[in-house]
Each structure stands twice: as C-alpha cells, then as structure tokens.
Design a protein around this ligand. Structure first.
Ligand SMILES: Nc1ncnc2c1ncn2[C@@H]1O[C@H](COP(=O)(O)OP(=O)(O)OP(=O)(O)O)[C@@H](O)[C@H]1O
Ligand SMILES: [Mg+2]
Ligand SMILES: [Zn+2]
Length: 379
C-alpha cells in the first residue's frame, strides 16, 4: 500500500495541525449537534477528504451508537426518554461500520469525485437515493471531492437537496477552489478552512512514518522534504516514499531526488540569462521539459535559485542552508548581474509561476525569459 494511504489519519486526534477543525467537529460530535452540510476548503493534501471520512465513520460507528453522555442521560430523567440525544465521539475503527468505510465498502457512505464525473448523473442518483433511509448505519454520508468542478446543472440539482436535507443525510463537500462554488451552495454549508502544513508539522508527520517503517532519516532531509512540499502533507509523504524506496540513501541521491533540476543546470540557465541570450535560455527550458521536468518545477527551482543568488549578491547568505561550493559558484555568477536585474528576474519568474492555467504550460516561463532578455520597446 502506498504510504500516504497506509498512514492516513483514522481519528481526528491523529490529524496533525488543523486544530480548529478537529476541536469544532469533536465538540459537535460530542454534543450530537452535527450539521447536515459541510464545506471543507483548503489547499491540496491538507486533510479534507481524510476528515470527511473520519466524520462519516464517527456518525455511523456502532460503538458510538450505544453511548449517550452522562449529561443527556441525566436530562432524560426529567424529560421523556425519547429526548435522549444521540451523541458521538471519535470512530472506533473496529466495528463493522468503521471497517466497511475503511475498505470503501459501506453502502451508506458515498464518495463522488466531481472532477472526473462532473456530477450530473451522480447528483441525480444522489437525489433519488438520499430519500431512502440508511441501510446499515444511522446516517447517509455523501462526500463530494473537488466539488467546485460540478456543472451548473449538477449544482442546481444539488441545491434542491441541500434546501431540504432529510434528517439522515450529511453532505461533505471538499474543494481546493471555494471561490468557484456558487454562493447559494456555500451559504447552506458549515465552512471549515484547512490550512497549508507548516514545515514543522510536515516534519512531525514524516518522522512518525519513517519511524513506523523502521527507517532512520536525518532531520536535515526531513526539513528538505518539507520545504519541497508546498504545504501539502500528501506531497511530503509521496516524496518520503520515493526516498525510502532507494537502495542507497546517500546524500547525493537524496539531494538529486529532492532538487529536480541540478544546481549546475540552473547555473547555466542563469548564465544564458545574464548574457541576455533568449534563444539559449528557451532552448534549455525546452530540453528540461522534454526530459520530463515540468515547466512549473523549473520555475520554482529557478526562483529559489535566484533568491539564493540575491542573498549571495547582497552578502546575507549566512542564513541560507547552502553548500560551500554552491556559494562559490553563486558569487561568481552574481558578478554577472546587477542587483536590480536579479530582482527583476525574481519578479518575472514569480509572475510566470502564478499563471497555472496557461494552455501551454511553459509559455509563461518563456515570456519571462523573453521579457528579460529582449530589448525593451521605447515609446
Ligand atoms: N492533517 C494531516 N495530518 C497528517 N497527515 C495528513 C494530514 N492531511 C493530509 N495528510 C496526509 O495526506 C494524505 C492526503 O490527505 P487528503 O486526501 O485528506 O487531502 P485533501 O485535503 O483531501 O487533498 P486534495 O485536495 O488533493 O483532495 C493523507 O492520506 C495523509 O497521508
Ligand atoms: Mg481530497
Ligand atoms: Zn466504529
């Protein structure tokens, strides 16, 4: 099993970070006041689907079904026993309901991936099946991943269901792009924002996994993985898996796996730019893309490289974690640029990195190169 599935947190308390989400949802479970519709927003790999599944397990867990907390038991003495409120807690992960959800085989918990189906048939089915009471559990839980990808038609169909959800229904929508969701849907959901993982949080997750796998990795590498992962726990765990799969865990192999583009290649790329050689730079970019390095990766590697270059140029590189021979190479290279030029390059490449939806993935980077190298039009 791939590591990120193997080590997917199975209880709220196992989630690293996202404290506000954990606290609020646990309080809702313990008071029996769960919502009928949730919207989980936040960047990739931060725990949205994971939390949705934990919640689905918790409300259907048979261990939970039998417990009522002391407070509501007391209250029930003075009221009718019918008032006893169902309360929940963390899922037990051992009862038949929890196990079925773990295996993706619980008929009362449905997961819809809006990105692949765009949803209309699924939503139609959902509107029909939602009317029926749950088969085995207490709640029917619908998890809609990448919810912003639903078509308008699907959203409209869904809205009708959200307006009058049956008592036994819980919807959990998850999205990385909440701004693309219709306001009518968002306003009917309880919204939870998931935060990008900090380096320290990622390191914590990686340490646990490496230990569980019986492997010992230098803290230095874990920190490097964290820096590469852009706030995504999943990306970090995937990178860790790549590294653990290596037979030789020497420093060079790990650095190569983590860098993507060689320092030496980045240096040559920068030299071409220093010479305002647009053609040479674009050809290099193309070669890298052909070798399978995505333009976005070239872009982010090069931006980090430029930042290092700037730090060396202004003499504050002590704070950077750079190898000594790289610092020497950077100092030589820095002589070929003015400070202003380096700043301009950083701005241009950052702008290019922000354009993630270009029909030609490398075009924004090519434009950045052209803009820097070609003489500016004077009007
Ligand atoms: N808060 C967390 N603590 C520990 N591990 C986490 C956390 N969030 C995510 N992970 C790891 O990342 C993997 C992916 O998480 P998950 O599928 O929940 O992300 P997501 O937010 O739904 O991402 P996407 O937007 O890409 O669907 C999990 O299986 C787990 O290994
Ligand atoms: Mg997800
Ligand atoms: Zn259970």
């Amino acid at each position: 099993m791939v590591l990120y599935r193997k080590y997917r947190p199975q209880k709220l308390q196992d989630l690293i970070g996202q404290d506000h989400v954990k606290k609020t949802i646990l309080a809702q479970l313990e008071s029996g006041k769960t919502s009928h519709a949730y919207l989980f927003t936040g960047p990739k790999g931060t725990g949205k689907t994971t939390t949705a599944r934990i919640l689905a397990k918790a409300v259907n867990c048979t261990a939970n079904r039998l417990t009522t907390n002391a407070k509501s038991k007391k209250a029930s003495l003075s009221r009718s026993t019918l008032d006893v409120q169902q309360t929940f807690s963390e899922p037990c992960n051992q009862c038949s309901s929890c196990l079925a959800i773990l295996k993706d085989a619980n008929i009362d918990v449905m997961e819809i991936d809006a990105a692949s189906t765009r949803g209309i048939d699924d939503i139609r089915n959902l509107r029909e099946s939602i009317k029926l009471v749950p088969v085995t559990g207490r709640f029917k839980v619908y998890i809609v991943d990448e919810a912003h990808m639903l078509t308008n038609e699907a959203f409209n169909a869904f809205l009708k269901t959200l307006e009058e959800p049956p008592q036994h229904a819980i919807f959990i929508l998850a999205t990385t792009a909440p701004e693309k969701m219709p306001a009518t849907i968002v306003s009917r959901c309880q919204v939870f924002n998931f935060f990008p993982a900090t380096h320290a949080q990622i390191t914590e997750v990686l340490e646990k996994i490496a230990k569980a796998e019986g492997r010992d990795l230098d803290n230095e590498f874990l920190t490097k993985i964290a820096a590469k992962s852009e706030g995504s726990y999943r990306d970090a765990v995937v990178l860790l898996e790549k590294i653990l799969a290596q037979e030789n865990l020497d420093e060079k192999t790990i650095t190569e796996l983590l860098t993507g583009v060689d320092f030496e290649v980045l240096t040559r790329f920068a030299q071409n730019l220093a010479e305002k050689n647009a053609k040479g730079s674009i050809v290099m970019l193309n070669d890298l893309v052909v070798q399978g390095v995505p333009a976005q990766v070239v872009n982010s590697e090069f931006t980090t490289f430029l930042r290092n270059l700037l730090f060396v140029k202004v003499g504050v590189h002590n704070s950077l974690d750079l190898q000594a021979d790289n610092i020497n190479a950077l100092s030589k290279l820095a002589e070929k640029f003015t400070q202003g030029e380096i700043l301009e390059l950083i701005r241009l490449f950052e702008q290019a990195a922000a354009q993630k939806n270009s029909p030609v993935a490398q075009l924004p980077t090519e434009l950045a190169i052209a803009q820097f190298c070609l003489p500016k039009d004077k009007e």
